[in-house]
Design a protein around this ligand. Structure first.
Ligand SMILES: [Mn+2]
Length: 490
């Protein structure tokens, strides 16, 4: 195998071209890596990462159909394919301009017939990964162990009713942590896809939760022993493949960690497609984890809210990315975590070029979200309105509640002496929604429109708006705007 072999021939480094038209899909129109916003480059705010399993191991197979994606790197025996796949991946990372990647142990190197053989495969492939990392400067955002695919894990790994399986998982995890150290991973993720149950009748939930906590404690101990400096993350998901998964959502995991005294050793990796499967809105768990100081990283994807399963689509909705980036900015960034595209091209997307188009579109969507979030925070309208909404806690009895010194007796005295006038506060949801909506859609339009003046025709422009489903709001703005400015697109 030649390491010089080019898998994405004809595609060079993806440029930033803000004046490109909507038909130009092989460039960034919004993501400008070096541009500084609120004292930090876009690259540092967003910390994009490409996931190995979907983009380089995905076959397009689903429960109803066979493989549709035939990739040129899959040639030769499994180890030869693994090396070619790695070279293809690094060619992709560098051409896309992304500094991080994520992988499972078993998608980086094939599982052998024994643990020893699996570990040897992993050693050999990660030697090449280390070499490619040094050559390109691309780093590991996080590593994770696949403790769910092999049949031995069908009843769980850390929560398996058979201790021998838990032991196998522990041995596999030990090697995974060694690999994380070898490759300088900045985080290590635990996703418990099989940690849950189908039926309460055959499950000792209390024992399983304790075993899982003890499994995590062993991981913490080994991490400290080998001097591994990465952040541990747990990724919640409510169901699929299990009927009930223990790491249901952000609040369930935070409760579990606090109950077992693990909260100082772990943060959360939030995947919004899992959040919506749990019945919450897109940004819900990102916000909840952040509020508890537990937001460590984000798996940047989306689902189809009309479906009941995990579709791992590329995020293309600027409303969602705006809300995520607002939280990220407010907590001072995601580092050492990042935005990992745990997303896959559809099985009908068989061209290699689609891997680029999907990632570029998603990166631009997050760049637009970042710009919107910066505007929302900098103009302060929402912050001021929130402050006003809670203003009764800034003085008197409210201040005492705020600092924890108030008592029920204080409350009674205040009410009895008429010192408290209970006002019926207008719940101004519409005002907040309106301000946020204006920031997301209309300000985006101004940018789009400036570009339009230079480059694209009115027909293209309307097409762009229609494709983003923003036409009604934007047409209104356009009419107002054109009254007061010289506009070539009447
Ligand atoms: Mn998913």
């Amino acid at each position: 195998m030649s390491e010089q072999e080019e898998f994405f021939a004809g595609i060079s480094k993806i440029p930033y071209q803000p004046t490109a038209g909507p038909g130009d899909v092989m460039c960034f129109k919004h993501y400008n890596a070096e541009e500084v916003l609120m004292g930090r480059t876009m690259e540092d705010w967003l910390r994009f990462s490409v996931c190995y399993w979907h983009s380089f191991c995905g076959t397009g197979a689903d429960p109803f159909g066979f493989q549709t994606l035939h990739r040129p790197w899959n040639k030769g025996n499994p180890m030869e394919s693994a090396k070619r796949r790695l070279c293809a991946a690094f060619e992709f990372f560098t051409k896309l301009g992304v500094k991080y990647y994520t992988f499972h142990d078993r998608d980086m190197a094939p599982e052998g017939s024994t643990l020893k053989e699996s570990n040897m495969n992993l050693d050999e492939i990660t030697d090449l990964a280390l070499q490619l990392q040094k050559q390109t400067g691309v780093k590991v955002l996080w590593v994770t162990c696949n403790l769910f695919a092999h049949p031995r894990y069908m009843n769980g790994a850390a929560t398996n009713p058979d201790c021998h399986v838990l032991a196998y998982a522990g041995a596999q995890l030990k090697k995974g942590l060694d690999i994380a150290k070898k490759l300088g991973a900045e985080n290590f993720v635990f996703w418990g896809g099989r940690e849950g149950f189908l039926s309460m009748h055959n499950t000792d939930v209390s024992a399983e939760l304790k075993h899982m906590a003890n499994f995590f404690k062993m991981a913490v101990k080994y991490k400290e022993k080998i001097g591994l400096k990465c952040q541990f993350l747990i990724e919640p998901k409510p169901k699929e493949p299990c009927r009930h998964q223990y790491d249901y959502d952000a609040m369930s995991v935070i409760g579990f960690l606090k109950h077992f005294g693990l909260e100082n050793h772990f943060k959360l990796n939030i995947e919004p497609n899992h959040t919506t499967l749990a019945g919450h809105s897109y940004e819900h768990d990102v916000v909840m984890a952040s509020v508890f100081g537990m937001l460590g990283s984000v798996d940047a994807n989306t689902g189809s809210p009309d479906l009941g399963w995990d579709t791992d689509q590329f995020p293309m909705d600027i409303r969602n990315t705006t809300m995520v980036m607002k939280t990220v900015i407010e907590q001072g960034g995601l580092q050492p975590g990042g935005l990992n595209f745990d997303a896959k091209v559809r099985r009908e997307s068989t061209d290699l070029e689609d891997l680029f188009i999907a990632h570029i579109g998603a990166m631009d969507t997050f760049a637009r979200g970042l710009r919107n979030a910066v505007r929302i925070i900098e103009d302060g309208i929402i912050t001021d309105k929130l402050k006003e909404r809670y203003s009764s806690f800034s003085h008197g009895l409210g201040q005492k509640v705020e600092d924890g010194s108030a008592t029920l007796e204080d409350m009674e005295v205040s009410v009895r002496h008429g010192g408290l006038q209970v006002k019926i506060l207008n719940q101004d949801h519409n005002l907040f929604d309106s301000v946020i909506g204006w920031k997301i859609y209309i300000l985006t339009f101004v940018v789009v429109e400036c570009i339009c003046h230079i480059k694209i025709t009115a027909a293209h422009f309307i097409h762009t708006l229609q494709s983003e489903d923003r036409l009604p709001q934007l047409q209104l703005y356009r009419i107002e705007h054109c009254k007061t400015h010289t506009c070539t697109m009447q």
